[in-house]
Design a protein around this ligand. Sequence first.
Ligand code: AMP
Length: 475
Amino acid sequence: MFSPDADRFHEECGVVGVYGHPEAANLAYLALYALQHRGQESAGIVSSRGDALISHRGLGLVADIFHPDIIRRLVGTAAIGHNRYATHGETVLKNAQPLVVEYQGGALAVAHNGNLVNAVELRERLEATGSIFQSTSDTEVVIHLIAQASGPALVDRVVSALAEVRGAYSLVFLSKDELIVARDPLGFRPLVLGRVKDAWVAVSETCALDLINATYVREVEPGEVIVIGSEGMRSFHPFPPVRPRRCVFEYVYFARPDSRVFGRTVYQVRRELGRQLARETHVQADVVTPVPDSGVPAAIGYAEQSGIPYQLGLIRNHYVGRTFIEPTDSIRHFGVRVKLNAMPEILEGQRVVVVDDSLVRGTTSQKIVTMLRNAGAKEVHMRICSPPTISPCYYGIDTPTREELVGASQSVEEICRFIGADSLGYLSESGLYAFLDGGERDFCDACFTERYPTPISAGQEPRQLQLFDAAASAA
Ligand code: AMP
């Protein structure tokens, strides 16, 4: 197995595709805005004006990258967009998406959420036969496979390319006259279809549909490829059906609580998980407080179930990025303090249950426990609304290496000592599935169980980028 830490292919993202709307780029912009939580490193939109594609990509947040004059230049009735969440601080414009190329079939843009697990070996093969890569992104592998494929229509080439890749993909492709949407057969990452009047939209999460006033149509099905063009919408299922393995971590942490993901509202799932957590890890206490924002719905559920009052003992500064986005360890530690502040008025002399969604390295929990004690908490009981994170994700969630995952090497008692809490309780694996139809059979939970639903290609670590944009190297 290659080390995900060195795997520059790793990324998690939000995508959008729009077809048949006079302000396609504007809708894409708004959708990306709503999906900002899925990626804050870079964003891009490519529109089709009918005879050509027009693209704009930048580093940073959606609202900083797209100004009204740029949106106005992205003319056309179809567009795709992408938010990127790269790991390990490799913020280079070359890896920003959508990727845009000109190949034999014309101009083509693609935006990808997910991570391919055989990209390294495919890239080696492609390079051996002369392919030249612009980026270190696994998505570019798909582009090369499309360029080398044959077939009368773009969708034929897309299908033959996707038949070669393994792993997680929710993809949107844009040619000058078609939008193609595809989701891998296991359906790891979310992708839904909606309509704005006659226009079609595909977005990672339904919160983006809400912002653009689109009506929800349905999930793009695992293994489905959809072509939307002047002849309307056509759906294909070109790959043999398999039992889907949707990412359970989308429910635990990643998706926005107001989104409907995999057919359920994320908020409700988290709240139910919080109730279950209370059943499994009850403790005598005076107050339940979430680690905001990720622990809020679970803490509400915990308080409801346990009857312990819910209070905001920790207040979050919303203008600070997520902890993991910070590129170095020292800044990451600093980030926890900058991001959260404890309320002595709530905590003084109290036995506190503090609820978070997951515990990864344990450093966040450690800081929080200290913070709560410094604010006067008499007891601190940490409750984690998922099982211990024991193995890295290869399908597009940013988890550190196994060595850095405290749950991989330490017992619950050891972790409890490490974070300095009076007690530590995790949600059980069966508790995680108590409310999810199909249970663990329908979900990928490799981060909690090490049961990877696909083989992960062994192989050499992908090389690091050796060509940089001046803007990126200055950043
Ligand atoms: P740690 O200090 O590594 O234990 O961080 C745990 C915190 O990180 C929890 O508050 C989670 O909400 C959050 N978290 C978990 N997974 C991720 C992820 N993939 N990206 C960013 N934050 C995460």
